[in-house]
Structure formats: structure tokens, C-alpha cells
Design a protein around this ligand. Structure first.
Ligand code: ADP
Ligand code: MG
Length: 493
């Protein structure tokens, strides 16, 4: 969708360069809205039905039919705008985008052009612990087209109009991203937002969340390069591969003295290459004009406020609350609000053990590492919140060390039905809490290491580490390191 003005580029001296070039990326994302019926008709939006069984007279563009706005689609657009701090237009306008294609029976797509419903906004996320922010230009409502099926019939194409009229929210960014990694991090964050607020099911395989990446390269500080638009990226992995390939291709072209032609390209996952499918249309080619069949979309402030008051806590607000109420850092709080399920897991663990910081460390560390290794989501974790809380309680009450706790976690991972205390018992992981026994070990180690003792007394703090190490070893790792430290210092002063 064209905005027609030259974008105002952010100054990004930190931007990584590829072969001396700065990469500039802007995204257009089509999020299919989770309404039961279509945006302008009462036909069902359910995925996977027999071709053309879910296209009514309006979707087929039969003469005499008129579009009727789906209130649920508008409400979802408002929810999105509120989630990303956009302005919700009091009055926006539907326009006809005219083009000819067999899967577009009306000969035009109803979209929004000059005045979209959602204006501005920002999407914030972390990339390698660094906070990033991508500005949104707009998000507008539009209908999806049907599908051409080229594979089912030899020498012919089939048309399935089930998807025609499915509500979409097209979300357009400023060209604020400077690498494929930033682009993927943005797309993941956007995906998180739309699924978190429940306006889109986020199913990328089924096409519910499709990204177009506009990519150009330039010498740092130079003139903005001509972009090529990679269409319909439907996995985060392909997104990264496609952008990386496109960047290398554009740089090669420029280095060889060629000019980049504005174009729409497709990524082929089998070859890992992008290929031009058509030279790019300009807005003028679409002959946009306001759709006379639909009145302007007027949204009363009261409605916006009602929607706002009924929305669940947003990830950013929840992260701020985690920082405030649980004393977590911004990064950890953001990690724990990657999904509703993860945030609920964290709160359940914390509630049960009363140790928010330990819970945060264990969930983002030991648990996340194990889940990632097996490609499991938090919903699939074998170690439930109550069990992790029990484990954390045994660390915080001094029964076991962190190190021993990791061994308990390993055992739980193998058999999630086992009890934390039973594992501690069976493996003999209890810390030595008998101070008499510990004191004897300390005395023995001090007697056998006169040199270290002398060094420490001579002011070498590091000599203490050697002693602690020996004591831990002598106790077979069961001594409490803090207790060992305290005992040693008491004896050595
Ligand atoms: P359309 O592609 O429909 O014509 P726009 O002109 O609004 O729509 O641009 C679409 C996207 O391309 C936006 O996300 C914008 O930030 C991005 N964009 C515009 N110019 C460039 C450029 N030179 N390099 C990279 N991205 C760009
Ligand atoms: Mg575009």
C-alpha cells in the first residue's frame, strides 16, 4: 500500500554493514483477523473447506450485491491500534484498489488508502538484549482475494473463492530495520502482539500471518536505494534466508554496475533464491478511489474507550508490572512476557515459591535451554509450575545448591512424575547443614594448605578461592558455598 511520501530514515550509526552497504528494510504484514464471518459478507472464514463452499453472492461479486461492514473486524483493528499506541482515526475511508486477476471477481479489492483506520504507532522488542523500536506508518482494513489453484488441473487453473472477502489488517512499518535479524525480531514481536490480543490466530502455514519485506541497500549516508519487495514470507526461517539472499544479490548487482529495478519478488525455499515475478506497480496503476458502496468508517471515542477497558493486560504493561512488583530487570521481564502461557507459568511458579528472581532465572535459563533443545513450547514442558516451584523452594531454604538443583532438574526432565524431595534423597544431594562436620573439613583443609592461608593473610583475596574449592571438593559438593565462605573468613581473620 502506497503512502507516496519519501520515508524519513532514522539515523542508525549502529547499523551493521554488509560488504560496506547499509541494509534498509520496511515490512508490510497481512494479519488475517479472527472473525467468524467475512469482512463484508456473512460467509464463514473457516480454513480448509471444499473450494467455493464458503463464498456467498457478495464474495462472488454478483450484480446487485452490496458490502456490509463487519463490526468485529473494526473492533480488532481498534484493539491492534491500542496495543501499539497508534491513533485510531475517528473517520477512515474504504477505497477500491483496481486490478485484474482471476481470483478477484469484482475487479477491485476493497481496501483503505488515503485515510486508514490505524495511524502511527510503534513496535518495541529486544534483539540480543538491545532494545529496538520500529515505527508503524499505518494499519488498514481490507479484504483478501481468492486463490488460484494451478496444481490441481492439467493445463487449467482452478479458482477457489473461499478466501475472497476474508478480513485482513495490513500493518505497514517505516523502513526502520537494518538487518535480517532485526526484521525477524520485529516480525516475531508483531506476531506475538496479534496473537496475544487474539485478533489473529497467527498460523503462518495457513497464511494467517504473511509478511512482505521491502529491501534496499545503500552506502551509509548515501541516497536511499531502490527497493525490491519479497512477497508472502510465511516462516521466520525463510524470512531470514530470503532477506539475506536478496541483500547479497542487490549488492552484487550494484557492484557489477547495474541499477536495481523496483520489483516484486518471490522467495523459493528450494533454491534459497529470490526471483522477480513482476515489475512493481505504482499507486497510480491501481486507480484508487473511495468506494461509493461503503460510507466512511466512523469510530466514536466511547467505543475506543470501551474496547480499551475490555482488553487484557498487554505484554508491555505486564513486563512493566513484573519489573515493579517482582523486582526483575527489563530484559528478564520482557523475556517472561513472550507469550501469555509463559507469563502465566512464571506467575504460577512465583506464587507457589515466593522467589520471583530465582523463578525468573530458572525459567529463562535452565528451563528455556531444555525446552529449546527439544523444540518444545512452554505449554509442552514436562516440568509443571508446581514442580519447578518445589525445586526452587529447596534452593532458597538451603537444602540444595544451585548445582545440585540442576541435577534434580535433569532427573525431573526424565521423569516428571518424580517428587523433588525424593530425587534429592535418592541422589544424596542435600547440602551439608551440620556445621560441626563442615567445620572439621574446613580445619583439615586449612591445616593442609598453609601456603594459601599465608597468602590470604598477606592480602591476596584470590587465595580464598583455592581454599573454598578444596573444601567443596572434600565435602563432595554438599557444603553450602556461602557457609564455607563465612566460616573461612571467621577463622582466618
Ligand atoms: P507499496 O509497497 O504498497 O507501494 P509503500 O510505498 O508504502 O507501499 O511502501 C511499503 C513499504 O516499503 C513500507 O514498509 C516502507 O517503509 C518500505 N520502503 C519504502 N521505501 C523503501 C526503501 N527504499 N527501502 C526499503 N524499504 C522501503
Ligand atoms: Mg508493498
Amino acid at each position: 500500500m502506497a503512502t507516496m511520501q519519501e520515508p524519513i530514515l532514522l539515523d542508525r550509526p549502529d547499523a551493521p554493514l554488509v560488504g560496506g552497504y547499509e541494509v534498509i528494510i520496511g515490512f508490510e504484514t497481512h494479519a488475517q483477523l479472527s472473525t467468524q464471518s467475512k469482512i463484508f459478507s456473512r460467509a464463514s472464514t473457516a480454513f480448509g473447506a471444499e473450494p467455493n463452499t464458503q463464498a456467498c453472492a457478495v464474495d462472488l461479486a454478483l450484480p446487485g450485491t452490496l458490502p456490509v461492514m463487519n463490526k468485529g473486524a473494526v473492533e480488532r483493528a481498534i484493539e491492534f491500534g491500542l496495543a501499539v499506541n497508534s491513533h485510531i482515526a475517528e473517520k477512515s475511508v474504504f477505497a477500491r484498489k483496481n486490478y485484474f486477476y482471476p481470483d478477484l471477481p469484482k475487479g477491485y479489492q476493497i481496501s483503505q488508502f488515503e485515510i486508514p483506520v490505524v495511524q502511527g504507532g510503534t513496535v518495541e522488542f529486544f534483539l540480543n538484549e538491545k532494545k529496538m523500536s520500529v515505527r508503524l506508518v499505518r494499519a488498514h482494513l481490507e479484504e483478501d482475494a481468492g486463490k488460484s489453484l494451478h496444481e490441481d488441473f492439467i493445463g487449467q487453473s482452478g479458482i477457489d473463492l473461499n478466501r475472497a472477502g476474508t478480513p485482513l489488517l495490513e500493518i505497514v512499518t517505516e523502513p526502520d530495520m537494518r538487518s535480517s535479524a532485526e526484521a525477524v525480531a520485529y516480525a516475531k514481536e508483531l506476531h506475538k502482539i496479534v496473537t496475544w490480543i487474539g485478533i489473529c490466530d497467527g498460523n503462518m502455514q495457513e497464511g494467517s500471518f504473511r509478511c512482505d519485506a521491502n529491501v534496499s541497500v545503500r552506502k551509509p549516508g548515501g541516497k536511499l536505494g531502490t527497493r525490491r519487495e519479497i512477497k508472502n514470507l510465511n516462516s521466520f526461517k525463510f524470512m531470514q534466508q530470503a532477506i539475506d539472499y536478496e541483500v547479497r544479490w542487490q549488492i552484487e548487482q550494484i557492484e557489477d554496475g547495474h541499477k536495481i529495478q523496483q520489483a516484486t519478488v518471490l522467495f523459493n525455499p528450494d533454491t534459497g533464491e529470490t526471483r522477480a515475478m513482476r515489475t512493481k506497480e505504482d499507486a497510480a496503476d491501481y486507480r484508487y478511489f473511495p468506494d461509493p458502496d461503503l460510507p466512511p468508517l466512523c469510530i466514536a471515542r466511547e467505543w475506543v474507550e470501551k474496547v480499551r477497558s475490555e482488553m487484557a493486560e498487554l505484554p508491555r504493561a505486564m513486563a512493566a508490572r513484573f519489573e515493579r512488583d517482582y523486582g526483575l530487570g527489563e530484559y528478564d521481564a520482557t523475556q517472561l512476557t513472550q507469550s501469555l502461557a509463559l507469563s502465566a507459568y512464571f506467575e504460577a511458579v512465583t506464587k507457589a515459591c515466593g522467589q520471583a528472581k530465582l523463578a525468573s532465572n530458572w525459567i529463562t535459563g535452565e528451563l528455556a535451554r531444555r525446552l529449546n533443545a527439544q523444540d518444545l513450547s512452554i505449554e509442552q514442558t514436562p516440568v509443571k509450575a508446581g514442580t519447578l516451584a518445589a525445586l526452587i523452594s529447596r534452593i532458597s531454604d538451603g537444602t540444595i545448591s544451585n548445582n545440585a538443583a540442576r541435577q534434580v532438574m535433569d532427573a525431573l526432565w526424565e521423569d516428571a512424575s518424580a517428587s523433588v524431595d525424593a530425587i534429592i534423597e535418592a541422589k544424596g544431594l542435600k547440602q551439608m547443614n551440620d556445621s560441626g562436620a563442615l567445620e572439621k573439613i574446613v580445619d583439615d583443609v586449612l591445616a593442609a594448605n598453609a601456603k594459601n592461608v599465608a597468602e590470604f593473610r598477606g592480602g591476596n583475596e584470590k587465595a580464598l578461592n583455592g581454599l573454598v574449592g578444596q573444601i567443596m571438593k572434600a565435602s563432595k559438593g554438599k557444603a553450602n558455598p556461602q557457609q564455607v565462605n563465612d566460616l573461612l573468613r571467621a577463622k582466618l581473620v
